[in-house]
Design a protein around this ligand. Structure first.
Ligand code: PMP
Length: 434
């Protein structure tokens, strides 16, 4: 029995499924999940001392690579001054100002509220939208994941998709009924929902670019039309950039698309990169809307650890270091890996497409492009497990589900990329013979 097997056995006795977040359990790929003890740059190390090139990046946050020395130093400095005060700090304002400056005036982001998780950010954004509009219904898209709050689990992506669940037990039917789940990239379905529920839809929440049912990019013009349609019906748009924010570009997906096309949502949600690997997330929008949050307004939201000084230090330092070259590097690394994955699978005759949204990509074992959740589910998903394990055996840690995006970082240098490229032919062979 390896140390890793032992760690998993002990964990299973102490933690449900041996994990604190479902996808970590390798449910869809099988085998024993890796228990990690350290991470640096592009690499993670498990309890047996095996090192892997990491393509998970903590599910996105590690944009600069793991344990970037300047980020670690900033957190250490903050820690030495006190772990948590439960009072405001100047650094929280600096982080909000930095985010505002990065997005620019056209985004409409004037004020932010810092929270600890993406789940809290989207949950609060929805409460705010309901409070501001006096309406109750929310539109979400099938295969999009917005965290695990009650109303947002219906046909959700990420772990919900990996486990093949329609939603979650424990969500009261009247709460689930407040969420209308529509097919992604289908404007006619959005129009029909507004027509069917006049004056009742508070908000449409959408991933800026879908990345939780594999990558599901918005069709050109979809986000803009969504904003126009929602506004025409008096509803707000919540652009969920928890995953894409500050990862696919300096101003997230909106910076690549909305800024160029001249549209903006009413609320943004951020997570992952904004906390640089520490628990930090945020929502932001126009002052008039954000000021409806307590203490100024009637929409309540709070958090003992909100704006935690260590998390803010990590986020501030990460964003300051995430300059244009970082994004250029991550884009180029993603191009190289995505192309190599496709080449290796093609060489083995495995039908596949590589859905792409900026530097994010995933594999779908099918021939036709992936536009929505139904497409994402209509693939030879079983090919992913042997593919994943063949990579793992060769020291490459891909996401443990076909429904998750692959994450490159600024630390994926030539040596790290070379290890991935050398591992791909055998992985493709395993996928072909599965
Ligand atoms: N929204 C999106 C788009 C996400 O990808 C995630 C997490 N993967 C969340 C919200 C929830 O964030 P958290 O896991 O921090 O609660």
């Amino acid at each position: 029995m390896t140390a890793n097997d032992d760690a998993f056995a002990r964990a299973q006795a102490a933690l449900p499924g041996g994990v604190n977040s479902p996808v970590r359990a390798y449910g869809s790929v099988g085998g024993t999940p890796r228990f990690l003890v350290s991470a640096r740059g592009a690499y993670v190390t498990d309890v047996d001392g095996r090192e892997y090139v990491d393509l998970v990046a903590s599910w996105g946050p590690a944009l600069l690579g793991h344990a970037h020395p300047e980020v670690v130093a900033a957190v250490q400095t903050a820690a030495a001054r006190g772990l948590s005060f439960g009072a405001s700090t100047p650094a929280e304002t600096e982080l909000a100002e930095l985010v505002r400056a990065r997005l620019g005036a056209a985004s409409g982001v004037e004020k932010l509220r810092l929270v600890s998780t993406g789940t809290e950010a989207t949950m609060t954004a929805i409460r705010l939208a309901r409070g501001a509009t006096g309406r109750e219904l929310v539109v979400k898209f099938a295969g999009h994941y917005h965290g695990h709050s009650d109303g947002l689990l219906a046909e959700a992506g990420s772990g919900v998709a990996t486990q093949g669940l329609p939603g979650s037990a424990g969500v009261p039917a009247p709460i689930a009924a407040q969420t209308l789940v529509l097919p992604y990239n289908d404007l006619a379905a959005v129009e029909a929902a507004f027509a069917a529920h006049p004056g009742r839809i508070a908000a449409v929440i959408t991933e800026a670019a879908g990345a939780n049912a594999g990558v599901l990019a918005p069709q050109p013009g979809f986000n803009r039309a969504l904003v126009e349609l929602a506004h025409a019906h008096g509803a707000l748009v919540i652009l969920d950039e928890v995953l894409t924010g500050f990862r696919v570009g300096p101003a997230g997906w909106w910076g690549l698309e909305g800024a160029a096309e001249g549209w903006a949502p009413d609320l943004f949600t951020f997570g992952k990169v904004i906390g640089g690997g520490m628990p930090l997330a945020a929502l932001g929008g126009r002052a008039a809307l954000m000021d409806q949050l307590a203490p100024l307004g009637p929409v309540y939201q709070a958090g003992t650890l909100s704006g935690n000084p260590l998390a803010v230090a990590a986020g501030l330092t990460t964003l300051r270091l995430a300059e244009a070259e970082v994004y250029a590097h991550v884009d180029a690394a993603a191009d190289a890996v995505a192309a190599a994955v496709s080449e290796a699978l093609a060489a083995e005759g495995v039908a596949h497409v590589i859905p792409r949204a900026g530097s994010l990509f995933s594999i779908a074992f099918r021939e036709a492009p992936v536009r929505d959740y139904a497409d994402a589910k209509a693939q030879d998903a079983w090919r992913y497990a042997p593919f994943f394990h063949a990579l793992l055996e060769q020291g490459v840690s891909a996401p443990p589900s076909v429904y998750e995006a692959w994450f490159l970082t600024a630390a994926h240098d030539a040596a790290a990329l070379d290890r991935i490229l050398r591992a791909l032919p055998a992985a493709a062979r395993a996928a072909a013979t599965a």
